[in-house]
Design a protein around this ligand. Structure first.
Ligand SMILES: [Fe+2]
Length: 477
């Protein structure tokens, strides 16, 4: 048992941040309980594995080698498959080479390579999420490469090629926002050389990105996600920022990795840069300094304002807490709170936080994306044992502030994913899928809960443990 014992002798989640996982295929997983007949489709997820080989090693969770896995649901049964994403970085890792710049990793390059290409090649290890893009299933990271995958075999089909003229050197974020009403995705690309963030829209099934607006800045915040409503897109320009010319110099001279170029500017307010999706006109409002990875969702209020729910860290972010060695010792101390912002042009920002619970990896009913939602699900900590990583699942009712919890000793939860019942209309009528680590058994499982009550419906057990991952998606059949 690798898992760290806590004072209460409950095995900790260290196993989820340890070792290279095994690739496997299982045609039918043993099931406790009964899956709903209507649950038909595929849950695909990425997870950064703490792989190391020769010169290649992942020291930080963000640099883990992408491990893909999927659960296929049909006729009340569930099948499983897993495979490393066969990227260029994967091939280098298998050869024990470290040529690519990672989030926290400097590449190892010869003088000749530096002369030939001053900026190091960025990773194609797209380990953050998956999405449906241009009719393909695509693994997403935060570099200039997104990888298409075969959803059945999980083989990598190579970099995704868009059919448009946007710049090739565009770093694409891993959190596009679906707009179900317009049947499109809205997303961002960052052109570091041009110091520009480009907001674009991509119609479902199409492969041509249409630029909506652009934002030019010398002091780029770390943009992991953004907010989109039916009529607006909002970039949260928080004070964890890089000065772009200095970043270029640092990366070229090997003075620091990508995240080493950011600094927290404690006295700088967070700016919310609002763009109209039609026309691109923009305005800005300010609130207190905060850091975030995840916007939950946003919508346009009837009075012309914008409401944004986001997961706010209200202090200097400490990304070193997410190093594998630290994660194996104790979970991060920084967990965000759910905060709701109300923005209106020319007015002070109104802000309210739900401080009773701390969680991240927020989920909402996917049908409500860009529209008003009521419920937010997430995975976080139990305040009684705050260093036990992701030991509690939460469902927050933002109208009543009522909180439901699901927790079991030595069970640790990956991001919840909400799958609405196809005939249902209520926001929480459906199931919640979460991959759990049972640290006492040393194995992972897929847990299916009723999204409304958080009662257990079914559990599909794996014979192995899976690494903790960031995000995934359910693709209905
Ligand atoms: Fe994320």
């Amino acid at each position: 048992m690798i898992a760290t014992a806590t004072p209460e002798a409950v095995p900790g989640p260290a196993l989820g941040f340890s070792g290279a996982p095994r690739e496997m295929q299982i045609n039918e997983l043993p099931l406790r309980g009964r899956l709903p007949e209507w649950l038909s489709g595929r849950l695909l997820r990425t997870a950064p594995a703490a792989y190391e080989n020769g010169a290649w090693r992942a020291e930080h969770w963000f640099d883990g080698l992408c491990f893909l896995y999927g659960f296929r649901f049909a006729g009340g049964r569930v099948a499983f498959r897993s495979r490393f994403l066969e990227s260029e970085e994967y091939r280098a890792a298998r050869a024990g080479e470290a040529r690519f710049a990672g989030a926290f990793r400097l590449p190892q390059r010869s003088v000749m390579e530096r002369l030939r290409e001053p900026l190091p090649p960025t990773t194609d290890n797209t380990n953050i999420s998956v999405a449906s893009i241009g009719g393909r299933v695509t693994a997403l990271g935060e570099s200039m490469v997104q990888n298409d995958i075969d959803p059945e075999t999980l083989h990598c089909l190579g970099p995704h090629r868009y059919a448009d003229n946007l710049p090739e050197k565009l770093a694409l974020i891993a959190h596009p926002v679906a707009d179900p009403a317009r049947r499109s995705l809205v997303s961002l690309g960052i052109q570091y050389g041009g110091r520009t963030v480009l907001i674009y829209e991509l119609a479902d099934g199409e492969n041509r990105r249409v630029p909506l607006a652009s934002w030019r800045t010398m002091h780029l915040p770390y943009v992991h996600s953004f907010a989109a409503t039916a009529r607006h897109a909002v970039i949260v320009d928080h004070p964890f920022r890089a000065f772009l010319p200095q970043m270029g110099v640092n990366l070229a001279l090997g003075l620091g990795a990508f995240f080493d170029c950011f600094e927290w500017q404690q006295k700088t307010p967070t700016r919310l840069v609002v763009f109209e999706r039609d026309g691109g006109r923009s305005w800005t409002v300010e609130t207190d300094p905060l850091f975030l990875f995840h916007v939950v969702n946003a919508w346009d209020a009837a009075d012309g304002g914008i409401l944004i729910d986001l997961m706010a860290i209200e202090e200097k972010p400490d990304l070193a807490e997410l190093r594998f060695d630290r994660l194996r010792q104790a979970g991060p101390s920084q967990w965000p709170v759910l905060r709701r912002l109300y923005l209106r042009e020319g007015r002070p920002v109104r802000s309210e936080s739900e401080r009773a619970v701390r969680f991240d990896f927020p989920a909402t009913d996917p049908r409500r994306s860009t529209q008003r939602h009521r419920f937010v699900w997430g995975t976080g900590i139990d305040p009684a044992v705050p260093r036990l990583f992701a030991s509690t699942l939460y469902k927050v009712d933002t109208e009543t502030a009522h909180v439901r919890r699901f927790a079991r000793p030595a069970l640790y939860f990956n991001e919840p994913i909400i799958v609405p019942r196809p005939a249902g209309t209520r926001e929480d009528d459906g199931v919640l899928l979460t991959v759990v680590l049972d640290a006492a058994a040393g194995r992972s499982a897929l847990l299916v809960l009723d999204a409304a009550s958080l009662q257990e419906i079914a559990l599909a057990e794996l014979p192995v443990h899976l690494p903790f991952g960031f995000h995934g998606r359910f693709f209905a059949a």
